[in-house]
Design a protein around this ligand. Structure first.
Ligand code: PEP
Length: 241
């Protein structure tokens, strides 16, 4: 399996800015064949980015979706619409969705099931807060997120990607050490019924990607802030082994 390098742009980049970001990025990583590169722009930029990356090696993902296929859910987006635009991936359970928007394990389980049904590959995020880590509850929290999130679909986890994103490392500049990340990845792998790629996310930068990717338990990275600058993201894509 190729290492996966995914860039989550969060609520940044309007359609014009997205166009120039992805055009520059394509110039920098267009020749990379041995890594799976995924860009995850905001919904409003998906059409323009989809058009630009079509026929390239860059894949498209969305940051969220609703669990229903259509209906009276004002302001929500169906996974079917994402597929129609050319998305192959969708992030489910990002910590900002869990902690800022209040999404529960049960809601995330419904979303994961729908994504599976319609053929979108979920990037399912789990991770502990700083307080939970200090209390020694990292494994307990992640185990709960996995058990509840994957309820009834445990045997289909090989059709998804997992992402370990310690909440205390997201957007804070604090990165888990390669050893801390590898330990939790090993724990996650032990909880899964089938093999799945497990990404690390949390302040991944050009300066720390090489040492993180040395760990064989880390199958790729989910990058927030550093994916907004094409040069930084390209350097992360081209991490050296
Ligand atoms: C993220 O948004 O998933 C993330 C890991 O953000 P950052 O790289 O900015 O910490």
């Amino acid at each position: 399996m190729k290492p996966i390098i995914a860039g989550n742009w969060k609520m940044n980049k309007d359609p014009g800015e997205s166009r120039s970001l992805v055009q520059t990025l394509m110039g920098l990583v267009g020749d990379v064949k041995d890594r799976e590169i995924i860009v995850i722009p905001p919904f409003t930029s998906l059409p323009i980015v989809a058009e630009l990356v079509r026929n390239s090696s860059i894949k498209l993902g969305a940051q969220n979706m609703h669990w229903e296929r259509s209906g009276a859910f004002t302001g929500e987006i169906s996974g079917l619409f994402l597929l129609a635009l050319g998305c192959e991936y969708v992030v489910i359970g990002h910590s900002e969705r869990r902690h800022v928007m209040g999404e529960t394990d049960e809601v995330l389980n419904k979303k994961l099931k729908t994504a599976l049904d319609i053929g979108l590959i979920s990037i399912f995020c789990v991770g502990e807060t700083e307080k939970e880590r200090e209390q020694g509850r990292t494994e307990e929290v992640i185990s709960r997120q996995l058990t509840n999130g994957l309820k009834d679909i445990e045997n289909e986890v090989h059709k998804m990607i997992l992402a370990y994103e310690p909440v205390w490392a997201i957007g804070t500049g604090k990165t888990a050490t390669p050893q801390q990340a590898a330990d939790v990845h090993t724990f996650i792998r032990g909880q899964l019924k089938k093999q799945s790629s497990i990404l690390y996310g949390g302040s991944v930068k050009p300066e720390n990607v090489d040492t993180l990717m040395v760990e064989k338990e880390i199958n790729g990275v989910l990058v927030g802030g550093a994916s907004l600058k094409p040069e930084s993201f390209a350097r992360i894509v081209k991490y050296s082994q």
